[in-house]
Design a protein around this ligand. Structure first.
Ligand SMILES: Nc1ncnc2c1ncn2[C@@H]1O[C@H](COP(=O)(O)OP(=O)(O)O)[C@@H](O)[C@H]1O
Ligand SMILES: [Mg+2]
Length: 484
């Protein structure tokens, strides 16, 4: 046999990594050793791949699934890798809510090579599984790391709900105080009117007082209702300024007089895409903290909005945001401030410096969670004994909010016939009186069944049926809808 040249020898060594001695003798045993070494190494990684609690898959550039570990196979309800891969390759399911979303994701991943914490839902299964994906793109292969976060999501929404209750709790004290006052005004004026029954002028004045007090009660109820409605986390284009104004009305009841509230809202406001209830919650949580910080000393709570443009330069200070217009909400106070040592902890869940019963430590972590889910950011600046400033940036959107108009019923007059149903007898009486006063002919019932019998026999004479009995929800049926 021809002896290999030095150059070839070196190449052989480089190629299979064998030692000096082997190139002179036989390669076989060393090759054997090397192969089993590689085998051991391969099994080690295969084991990590298989045992990972996080689902891992590899997909090629033509969207063919190459391999999948047991976590993801199990998560998606398949019994083995082949079944799983076949289903994927035959388009029977995807890791995205829609096929379009899937192709956008892969295009993006191709461009950026890396995507982290992308949330979506697995399509094609009986129960929806919410997953978070991390992906990378290397050597024309997509690698996805998939984690089931359905349970976490559920817990988070429960947490948000309980935190919401907590902030309502804080308000309740202030509101019940207000309601007591209102009732005092109403009862006082009623008593007075009964005494002054022969003096119409005095009675008229008393009634005016009662009207103002009732309006205030109505306003408070309206605010509280805004909490119970919209309980889903759906977002819509809205003007933050109007949410702030509503929140302030509520806050005034619970904030002591020693704290001044200053509100400075930008005039030409752009909309943001947000969930109204969660925006209320942010304001309440921040204001409650400020109120606690100024409780003993008094001070000023300032709520401001303005629009800012973040260019490349400024983005460096706001990790995770993109270039563009943002709405800046600033909530500041002149309270006891936050010591440096705890500044990094205040957003942690359950971190509180307050005694039991006053703080749960959830307020800021919820605020932070909400802001992140709105693609925004929150920052804090504070000096001990001087005060604290929270700044929130939320991306501005182009859409224009659809205003929900409250029609002023009292301004509408008419002469049609109204069938009125209300199981609250007292309300039925006053509603009948008001409608009659406005010119309508009213046929009233406190029982839905009776109303229905009457309605079925006389519906051609009735222009409008107004049912306030069932489930306490107002239902208006117009004549045009009768035949539907
Ligand atoms: N405006 C503020 N002024 C001073 N300290 C604050 C302010 N806001 C938050 N903190 C500090 O951050 C902690 C965490 O706040 P938070 O998450 O709302 O929980 P909690 O109010 O229940 O304690 C508070 O306990 C307090 O020490
Ligand atoms: Mg708090």
């Amino acid at each position: 046999m021809k002896k290999p040249s030095d150059e070839n020898l070196q190449m052989l060594k480089d190629l299979i990594g064998l030692g000096e001695s082997s190139s002179k003798k036989t390669y076989y045993s060393e090759l054997q050793d090397k192969i089993s070494e590689i085998e051991v190494e391969k099994n080690k990684y295969k084991q990590i791949f298989e045992n990972s609690p996080i689902g891992i898959i590899q997909i090629d550039i033509n969207n063919n699934m190459l391999m999948a570990n047991s976590s993801i196979i199990k998560l998606c309800g398949f019994s083995n890798e082949k079944e799983f891969i076949d289903n994927y390759n035959n388009n029977a399911f995807t890791f995205f809510k829609t096929k379009e979303e899937e192709s956008i994701f892969f295009e993006q991943l191709k461009k950026t090579k890396n995507i982290t914490n992308y949330e979506t839902a697995v399509l094609g299964f009986e129960k929806e599984i919410i997953v978070v994906l991390n992906g990378c793109f290397n050597n024309n292969i997509f690698e996805l790391f998939i984690q089931d976060i359905t349970q976490i999501k559920k817990l988070l929404s429960q947490l948000l709900q309980s935190q919401k209750l907590e902030s309502i709790g804080t308000l309740a004290a202030g509101i019940s105080h207000d309601f007591n006052n209102i009732l005092g005004i109403l009862f006082g004026n009623i008593e007075l009117s009964l005494e002054q029954i022969n003096s119409p002028e005095k009675i008229s004045r008393n009634l005016e007082e009662m009207k103002i007090a009732s309006k205030k009660a109505q306003e408070i109820v309206k605010q509280l209702l805004s909490f119970s409605r919209n309980s889903s986390l759906e977002k819509k284009p809205l003007y933050l300024n109007s949410i702030i104004k509503e929140s302030i009305k509520l806050l005034r009841s619970s904030i002591p007089k020693s704290i001044e509230i200053i509100v400075k809202l930008n005039e030409k406001e752009k909309a943001i895409s947000a969930n109204p209830t969660q925006m209320h919650q942010i304001l309440l949580n921040l204001a409650t903290n400020s109120m606690h910080a100024m409780e003993e000393t008094g001070g000023t709570l300032k709520i401001e909005t303005s629009e800012v443009y973040l260019d490349k330069e400024e983005l460096q200070h706001y990790y995770g945001l993109n270039k563009g217009y943002y709405l800046m909400l600033t909530v500041s106070d002149t309270g006891y401030g936050i010591p440096k040592e705890i500044k990094d902890k205040i957003f942690d869940p359950y971190f509180t410096t307050k005694p039991l019963g006053k703080g749960t430590g959830m307020g800021l972590s919820v605020v932070n969670g909400i802001i992140q889910s709105h693609n925004g950011i929150i920052t804090v600046y504070s000096e001990v004994n001087k005060g604290t400033v929270f700044k929130i940036l939320l991306p501005v959107v182009e859409e224009i909010p659809v205003e929900e108009k409250n029609k002023a019923i009292y301004d509408q007059k008419g002469n049609e016939t109204v069938l009125l149903v209300d199981d609250e007898e007292q309300l039925l009486k006053i509603e009948t009186k008001i409608l009659e006063h406005l010119g309508y002919k009213v046929i009233s019932f406190s029982d839905s069944e009776d109303a229905l019998i009457y309605f079925s026999q006389n519906y051609s004479n009735i222009d409008l049926r107004y049912d306030n009995a069932e489930n306490k929800r107002k239902r208006i049926i117009r004549k045009d809808d009768f035949n539907k």
